[in-house]
Design a protein around this ligand. Structure first.
Ligand code: GAP
Length: 430
């Protein structure tokens, strides 16, 4: 983990937020390569959950929602962690489910009685704070999908079973943020609320369980042996859930949740229907039955996928008798898919290299790397940010109109005519 954290800062993936003022635990900024990787994760999720299906539509709801929403959803009452504060030297606060015994894990001081702590950030709309103006930053995007359920039903042609998908920021005042971007205060969620007939929840729960696991292995290229399902025991289920399965990854600090798939029953639609006094039922056009659909919800944080990808891809090996650090990222997610590396700064070489760059840009995530220095050093830099293919433009290029594709993992090189380069890269990137 330490090596990956150092790499992310060194190479511009992630920086501590407000670092020049000392930083804030649980808040991170994403640098240029981090942004590219994050966008790739988001786009692949959207492509596979929304665009490649004909039964899921998108939504963007607000980040701030009034307290009525959170009262109905149960978040005001249930979205709490139990904490104990050290009454010894360090005064640290701990989540009771993260510790055992009555002593502070850091300084050994006695721990106070457990207290409940709500994780939502409270704010107010307008200048006067009264009960009508109280609002909260959303801790999940899901409630937006339930609150807008009727609008989506009446303005589109969706028919049960169908889903509403949303990506966006969420905020949780975590007592112990940590493990880098694994547990954050501000993070990004990708959630699907998939509405089904009440009796068909089991079938769809199984569908999304396997569909989501397949996405991690086949689309993101995460090692299958480091992934597993974890079924929540009944007594630990969230207040809205009939059953929940997590997809877990074997992190350096142990198995941890990447994604949760929950069977939320009709809990959310029924509580919002009751509190808002708005009919949220669905009329089945074929059977004329009216009912509240049940919901299967796969929910995952982008930042958690991000750290999983980096840890899964990080490797060290030896090339030409020199140790190297390499991120073996799948080409689908690599922040740079193709780097153009001219062998020298000679003008005629640069001209061709720029032409090659222009022909590939827009089709791949491309970087032009002419920062000088030995070509081997530039390959190493690209290896460290996970670039699967480097295109070397050398002096022979001027005569044979061909370039070399250098593959990150094998370091093998292949000579190819510039005219065929785009097609060959399309085959390689997939
Ligand atoms: N709507 C359901 C829901 O929010 P959750 O298990 O609380 O369920 C879903 O969160 C996902 O969000 C988790 O599986 C994880 O990937 C991510 N997540 C949750 N809390 C997080 C945090 N503090 N920092 C980063 N990601 C978080």
């Amino acid at each position: 983990m330490d090596k990956v954290v150092a790499l992310t800062k060194r190479r511009g993936f992630i920086y501590p937020s407000s670092e020049i003022y000392g930083g804030v635990s649980g808040l991170y900024d994403y640098g240029p390569y981090g942004v590219a990787l994050k966008r790739a994760i988001r786009d692949l999720w959207w492509r596979h959950v929304v665009e490649l299906r004909d039964d899921v539509v998108g939504l963007e709801s607000t980040l701030i929602m009034p307290s009525d929403v959170w009262a109905a959803s149960g978040h005001l009452e249930h979205f709490v962690d139990e904490l104990r504060q050290c009454e010894g030297k360090c005064r640290k606060r701990w989540r009771t489910d993260h510790i055992s015994g009555d002593r502070c894990p850091d300084c050994g001081g006695p721990l106070g009685e457990p207290r409940l702590f709500n994780l939502m950030f409270k704010t107010q709309i307008g200048p006067v704070e009264d009960s009508a103006s109280v609002a909260y930053l959303r801790p999940e995007t899901a409630q937006g999908m339930f609150v807008d359920f009727k609008n989506v039903l009446s303005s589109t042609r969706v028919r049960v079973p169908f889903g509403i998908a949303q990506q966006g920021r969420a905020f949780r005042n975590e007592i112990t943020p940590g493990n880098f971007v694994f547990r954050l205060i501000e993070f990004e969620l990708m959630e699907l609320e998939y509405f089904v007939k009440p009796q068909q929840d089991e079938e769809w729960f199984q569908h999304w369980r396997s569909e989501r696991m397949r996405w991690y292995t086949d689309v993101l290229g995460i090692k299958a042996e480091r992934l597993r399902f974890f079924d929540h025991p009944k007594e630990k289920l969230a207040h809205y859930s009939k059953q929940t399965t997590d997809i877990e990854y074997e992190f350096p600090f142990g198995w941890g949740e990447i994604e949760g798939i929950a069977d939320r029953t009709d809990f959310d639609l029924s509580v919002h229907q009751e509190r808002s006094k708005t009919d949220l039922s669905y009329l089945d056009p074929e059977t004329n039955e009216r009912y509240l659909p049940w919901v299967i919800e796969p929910a995952v944080g982008v930042d958690r996928i991000f750290i999983t990808l980096l840890l899964d891809a990080y490797d060290e090996d030896v090339v030409n008798d020199e140790p190297r650090v390499v991120l073996r990222l799948h080409a689908n997610v690599a922040p740079v898919q193709v780097a153009i590396v001219p062998l020298s700064k000679k003008e005629d070489l640069i001209k061709v290299a720029r032409q090659v760059q222009a022909s590939l840009q827009g089709h791949f995530r491309v970087e032009y790397d002419q920062t000088g220095g030995h070509i081997g050093r530039r390959y190493r830099r690209q290896d460290e940010i996970g670039t699967p293919f480097c295109i070397t433009v050398d002096f022979d290029t001027l005569n044979d109109r061909a370039v070399t594709i250098r593959q990150r993992d094998s370091t093998q090189q292949e000579r190819i005519a510039i005219a065929n380069l785009g097609e060959r890269l399309r085959d390689l990137v997939g």
